[in-house]
Structure formats: C-alpha cells, structure tokens
Design a protein around this ligand. Structure first.
Ligand code: HEC
Length: 233
C-alpha cells in the first residue's frame, strides 16, 4: 500500500467518525439501514397500496363493478363474540322496530334479563344521575334542571303518571327515544339500559335511596292495614 492511499483511508475514516456524532445528546446519530432500528407500525384502516382499486377513477370502478373499501361493515345480523353465554344475551339485536305498534308489543314481549341486585341498581342510579337526572329530576318527578329552565316541559313523573309503565316500554323508549326524549342506545349498552331501568323502577315506587338485604333490593314492607276505627264490636 502506498502512502496516499493511507492518507485517503485515514481521512475517510475520520470523516465518518465525526459525521456519526451529533451535538444533540438525544439524537441517535446517523442511522444506516433505519428499518433495522424502527419496526414498521402499520395503522389499521390505512391503505399502504395493497388496495389497487383505490387509485382507480370512478369510471374504471364503474366499468369493473368494484367498490373500494378499506374496512368493511360486518354483515347485517352479525353478533359480536363476547366469550360467554351470560354476556352474549346483551349483544343480541333488539327484535322490535321503532313503530307505535312495536312500542305496545314491548309492554308484554320485552322482559328484563337481570335481577334487582344492589350491584345492578346502584350502577343504574349512577347512570341515572349522569344521564337522566337533568331532565327527569333527582327523585324522578320530571323536574330536572332542564325542565325547571323551561327548555323541555311536560316530563312525566315516574311515581304518578308512569307508575305502572312496564319495563319493556321503558326499554323501548330508552332504545329509540320518545317525544322530546332522544334515544340513548348509542350511549348505553343493553346491560346499562336494564340497570338504569332497575333504578327507575325504584323511583316508580317513590324510592330514590333503595335499601338492600343480602345484596338484593329490600322490598318495601306492605303498609299495615289501617285499623277500622268505625268497627263497633
Ligand atoms: C332531554 C331530556 C331527557 C333525558 C336526558 C332523558 N329523558 Fe326520559 N323522557 C323525557 C321526556 C320529555 C319524556 C316524555 C316522552 C313522551 O312520552 O313524549 C321521557 C320519558 C321517559 C320514560 C317514559 C317512557 C314511556 O314509554 O312513556 C322513561 C322510562 C324515561 N324517560 C327514562 C329515561 C332514562 C332512563 C333516561 C336516562 C338514560 C332518560 N329518560 C333521559 C326527557 C328526557
């Protein structure tokens, strides 16, 4: 090896050495083959060129009869997998439609799959406080803040006007909405809807602070029969 070659090799090595260093202590320096450092992080629903139809003009799509979609909607009637029969019942489609006839059918055909346990009622109370109280009022008399402010009037009292409203109709109303009450199906899953209904059922009885016995709702003791003071015997 001759001398100039040594010098050139030395210079190149020194340049590479300095080029590899940067002033920023957080910088990784020069990266050779960056894909070895950083793994690719593909995002869901992003097309990375695998769907060739995306770049087609509408004319080409029409000619070929293709609809380019990245994420397809599940087939109608698809039921999410929940892993257990117990939870599966809460993802079954609601069988009734948003019609006055089906609202009436809900009264007899739709029954709650849950029990009046402390867990269900207290969860229902929490949902009620957050999502219903501003209209229906703390005790369910239809006197929530929105009603008092006059924005929505005529909200019925659970304990009087709606005292005998069946749970199926409640479920139907929460699912589809009724009158000035919007639907709540997009905010409450089916279990949550039934839980809030368990609490509304307490309000129908005029009970806003339910009591429990062994984790179950303590049923209000039957009022003692009024003694007949007019009895003469
Ligand atoms: C924007 C105010 C508003 C909110 C929020 C609201 N409601 Fe209502 N709700 C109403 C009105 C108004 C009615 C009367 C609807 C009618 O009969 O026209 C009603 C009616 C009802 C009824 C009687 C339905 C029937 O079939 O007659 C139930 C039960 C009920 N609401 C429960 C709830 C529950 C539970 C929530 C919370 C998840 C809730 N509401 C949230 C305004 C509201």
């Amino acid at each position: 090896m001759n001398r100039p070659l040594y010098i050139i090799t030395g210079l190149v090595a020194t340049t590479m050495l300095f080029a590899a260093c940067t002033v920023d202590p957080n910088a990784a320096g020069v990266e050779y083959m960056p894909d070895m450092y950083r793994s690719p992080a593909p995002e869901a629903y992003v097309d990375y060129g695998s769907n060739k139809h995306l770049d087609w003009t509408q004319q080409m799509k029409d000619a070929a009869g293709v609809t380019p979609v990245l994420s397809r909607k599940p087939v109608a009637g698809t039921i999410p997998y929940t892993g257990s029969a117990l939870t599966a019942q809460f993802v079954m489609p609601y069988p009734l439609n948003n019609t006055p006839e089906d609202y009436e059918r809900a009264a007899t055909e739709i029954k709650t799959p849950i029990f009046a346990t402390e867990k269900n009622i207290e969860k229902g109370k929490l949902i009620y406080t957050r999502m219903c109280m501003h209209c229906h009022g703390k005790e369910g008399h239809g006197d929530g803040a929105i009603s008092r402010n006059g924005f929505i009037e005529g909200i019925p009292d659970y304990a009087t006007k709606l005292k005998d409203l069946p749970e199926g109709k409640m479920y139907h109303t929460i699912t589809y909405g009724k009158g000035l009450m919007g639907q709540h199906a997009s905010q409450l899953n089916q279990l949550e809807r039934w839980q809030v209904i368990e609490y509304v059922k307490c309000l129908q009885q005029g009970v806003s602070t339910p009591e429990y016995e062994n984790g179950m709702l303590k049923l209000a003791a039957a009022a003692p029969a009024a003694s007949d003071s007019t009895a003469t015997n």
